[in-house]
Design a protein around this ligand. Structure first.
Ligand SMILES: NC(=O)c1ccc[n+]([C@@H]2O[C@H](COP(=O)([O-])OP(=O)(O)OC[C@H]3O[C@@H](n4cnc5c(N)ncnc54)[C@H](O)[C@@H]3O)[C@@H](O)[C@H]2O)c1
Ligand SMILES: O=C(O)C(=O)C[C@]1(C(=O)O)C=C[C@@H](O)C=C1
Length: 354
């Protein structure tokens, strides 16, 4: 049995607690957050115990920091002043890594602490303990700054795929594919709001495309302010680069360059189709994507058709799918099952299958 302390019991801390318990019910999970959050987490069975203050933690084997990055930086300083168990493992979950690693190296360099930077590459625009989900990290990449079999074993119930990256490279990559998209989403929503003052129907005519581009504009502002302030250079660089991309497509439109405009969209489409997000990022699974209409009972109908085939996972790939065709993602153990499932769905329905 290990004693694991999670500091910050929000979406990420809560989901990690649930994931650890899935494979290691023997471990004791102790949570630290605001009093009311701790109480809620315990009453929901997400943690076993609480500690009101960060002191007397000499018996803790593993500490997981899951608070906003600015808070994580402060807590690293606090922890370095406390008496900790010899060889305690400390890890964080912050969306940036360079600043956190620099601080950890600085404060723990003369201590018996193993600090490993971490960042699970899955999340949501929702925050707080009530949003936690045992399956949040299923098949997602989980970045660590170095291999550590003990930590990876403890986190095995998250069903994530560990990948080792240095902090600088991590921050450049996430600056492009995570931090910058959040800026874009929020900008797009604000630009549309400004425009709606002149053109009020903007808000009514925004449909699926706008929604797909802007879901993350609803993410938590405290967390994202900390992320941007913790990774300024790579993000500013991505903004500059993107302005140039916009200028390029503006030029093509001004010139009415039909061929160049078509090529712009063909290129984007091809690149996206080649990315893991498009394929469900699940190399060991066989996924079928079924485009289902928004009708009552449609999912049960599909499942009934596939009742004789072993299904390993089902996911609806739209958060708000009331008014669009939803993408039902069904995973199978073998390619044979996938092929059979496809044949059945194509024979029995007119749903588009990919
Ligand atoms: N949300 C995502 O999609 C996502 C994904 C991967 C990583 N992360 C990172 O994980 C961390 C947590 O994000 P989240 O989405 O769970 O946020 P969250 O807002 O859901 O949870 C953060 C929790 O930290 C608590 N907290 C704040 N100050 C604290 C303090 N001084 N002591 C103890 N607890 C404190 C808050 O009360 C809250 O419960 C962040 O560093 C974020 O960058 C977020
Ligand atoms: O799915 C979302 O809503 C997310 O924003 C998750 C997301 C991202 O994909 O950018 C956000 C922050 C992280 O640090 C990791 C993942």
């Amino acid at each position: 049995m290990k004693k694991i302390l999670i500091i910050g019991l929000g979406l990420i801390g809560g989901s990690i607690a649930l994931g650890i318990k899935r494979n290691h019910p023997e471990h004791q999970i102790i949570g630290h957050d605001k009093k009311e959050v701790q109480k809620l987490a315990k009453s929901l069975g997400i943690i076993d115990e609480t500690i009101p203050r960060l002191e007397q933690i000499q018996e803790i084997d593993v500490i997981i920091l899951a608070a906003p990055i600015n808070v994580t930086l402060e807590i690293l300083g606090q922890l370095s002043q406390l008496e900790l168990k010899k060889d305690v493992i400390i890890t964080d979950t912050g969306s940036t890594k360079s600043q956190v690693m620099e601080k950890a190296i600085k404060v723990f360099h003369d201590k018996n602490v193993k600090f490993i930077g971490g960042h699970p590459m899955a999340g949501s625009h929702k925050s707080g303990i009530l949003a936690s989900d045992v399956n949040l990290f299923e098949n997602a990449y989980y970045v660590l700054t170095e291999e550590n079999s003990e930590l990876q074993g403890i986190l095995s119930g998250l069903h994530a795929k560990f990948i080792i990256l240095n902090p600088e490279e991590h921050d450049k990559i996430t600056g492009q594919v995570s931090h910058f998209p959040h800026i874009l989403a929020s900008s797009l929503v604000q630009q549309s709001d400004d425009y709606s003052k002149e053109h009020p129907l903007v808000k009514n005519l925004a449909a699926g495309g706008f929604r797909d581009m802007t879901r993350i504009a609803e993410a938590d502002s405290t967390m994202w302010t900390a992320v941007l302030l913790s990774n300024p250079e790579p993000i500013l660089n991505r903004i500059k680069d993107f302005k140039a991309q916009l200028d390029e497509i503006s030029e093509k439109i001004s010139l009415k360059d039909e061929k160049a405009i078509k090529s712009f969209f063909d290129t984007g489409k091809k690149i996206r189709q080649g990315m893991e997000i498009h394929k469900g990022a699940i190399p060991n699974f066989y996924d079928l994507f079924i485009s289902v209409p928004d009708e009552k009972g449609v999912i049960l109908r599909v499942l009934a058709l596939l009742q004789d085939i072993s299904i390993t996972n089902i996911k609806i790939n739209e958060e708000n799918r009331e008014d669009i065709h939803g993408q039902l993602q069904i995973s199978f153990k073998t390619e044979k099952d996938l092929v059979r499932a496809r044949e059945i769905i194509e024979f029995a329905t007119d749903f588009k299958v990919a």
